[in-house]
Design a protein around this ligand. Sequence first.
Ligand SMILES: O=C(O)CCC(=O)C(=O)O
Ligand SMILES: [Fe+2]
Length: 213
Amino acid sequence: MVNAVAKFEVDFSDIIAALAGPGIGVFPNFIDSQIVASLRHDVLSLGEHELSPAGIGRAHALQTNGNIRSDKTRWLEGDRPIQQYYLALMSRLKHTLNRELFLGLKDYECHYALYQTGDFYKKHLDAFRGRSNRRITTVLYLNDDWQVEHGGELVVYAANGTEPVHRILPSAGTLVCFLADEFPHEVLPAHRDRLSIAGWFRIDDPIAPSLCL
Ligand SMILES: O=C(O)CCC(=O)C(=O)O
Ligand SMILES: [Fe+2]
């Protein structure tokens, strides 16, 4: 099935415009529903022991802190064809971002995240300017038929304030993309299982080799 849909074309032009303009964009139906279903199937096929409590902070000082976030994650390493498909798609996006916006992105890393009932991720930034190699955050949601009453919204705040600028339902196929050091955001508690793939484009700047977040 993956091969049959691998030729599915994804248009990146709206993402380029969003990142060059406001620095954030929300793209419903970004990915074909068959692909989303395969990704969902892939994460649901993982056993309990294959998902770990999510970490906070830099890789070399990674700690888990259930007061800040309570989801479970698993990094995508291309173990199965559907993961390879998604990583290849993001690699194409990386090349397009570099070509169009001269961002010098070197790498992309992403993990599945499972928020079970009651799980949350308190307000945070994904990167701190000058102290992180993460430049752009992507989140793709995998949840069919998500309703407002299921909670679990991603609330994104203005760069310099407490004003929410986006409230995003984690609906299947929706992609959110934003500058990682500009937008504080939080995941509100979900009332049913909430699946996503959170990822980051990185500049692995040799000037700051030890900055890993
Ligand atoms: O799942 C989401 O909506 C956002 C997750 C997030 O903020 C993160 O993993 O850093
Ligand atoms: Fe985040």
